[in-house]
Design a protein around this ligand. Sequence first.
Ligand code: NAD
Ligand code: DAU
Length: 357
Amino acid sequence: MNMATTQSILVTGGAGFIGSNFILDLLASEKTRVINLDKLTYAGNPANLATLENDPRYAFVRGDICDLPLVRKVFATHRPWAVVHLAAESHVDRSIQGADDFIRTNIQGTFYLLQAAREFWQDLAGAEKENFRFLHVSTDEVYGSLGSTDPAFTENSRYAPNSPYSASKAASDHLVRAFHQTYGLPVLTTNCSNNYGPYQFPEKLVPLMIHNAIGGKPLPVYGDGLYVRDWLYVSDHCEALRRLLHRGTVGQTYNIGGGSGKSNIEVVREICGLLQELRPGPKYETLISYVQDRPGHDRRYAIDSSKIRTEIGWVPQHSFSSGLRKTVQWYLHNQEWISSVTTGAYRKWVELQYHTV
Ligand code: NAD
Ligand code: DAU
């Protein structure tokens, strides 16, 4: 099928956690074509999208967003009406171990993608030019850390990133803003809270705890375990992105969050409780082990998502407990997925981070 159509959406990082969920949701609910541009780092897994292998609406391009000639070619060949930019280095702990890839992909890569998008968009005319969108997917971590009684982050909260990861995402947000202010590129930026759900790489809190508990391994809780995150089930995030693509106001930023503030130890205990029910066996909570804290660890995130709720009518469909139950069930039913991603490279990371295998 000829993919050169204005009905195509270019997704970067579509083989990662949110990207896979986004593409699967998008193709299940909209008449569109999708081009997935992904470098396939350790976090990218094309098997997540295996069900689309023979779907003529889906095209995969293995490539790096820092490769400007390639990115230009993707625009010229597929002529997308929208870009949903998810490609990034996304793990805070990895950014603390070494930030080079974060600076390269998150800042330089976003810059090249913006540059190619701008060149392509500038040559469009009429409705095609009018309707073009560049949706940049960012994080609530750009706003820094909240105290226990501080009000939740709004779109007007001051940027105060504390980790190399969040600093690189903040820089990318500024570049996106600048391309709108300076060149008029029709951008939207989202700042979302912690996602969880199927296909999340088991380096992040929720899948790591499920994976370790099933394997009878320690559940490493950083510091006192009282750090708070605002959890959002991934399909609710995907739904918000889809709605914003069609109805968001150009040049605006939107905070997205589940309104489910939980401390890490609460999350880990809830996972243990679900496993106790769904996979009775050892007393999972006895595996909880308090370990050395993350340097520069943000104490609390909370998102005020009233703007997207009011303007777009988006509300999350999952509570934390309904989303977590689905997630634990998914990991229990997809043990082979976990085995396939926990390769030698993964084990090397675990050794480096936790000094154990
Ligand atoms: P992920 O790490 O699971 O996936 C990232 C994907 O990007 C992978 O498929 C990887 O191969 C690809 N990629 C990395 N570098 C690339 C490059 N140079 N060129 C092309 N592809 C590249 O990440 P995720 O958790 O799915 O997050 C996706 C986006 O959403 C990121 O921008 C992240 O900052 C943002 N975000 C994530 C969360 C969360 O809780 N996971 C919350 C808010 C925002
Ligand atoms: O807030 C949005 C962000 O959420 C995204 O931008 C990031 O891409 C995503 O990785 C996530 O960042 P966090 O650092 O909040 O997620 P992580 O799963 O790494 O950690 C969640 C909390 O759990 C955090 O307070 C650290 C803690 N933690 C994490 C791990 C991996 C532990 O206590 N033990 C662990 O082993």
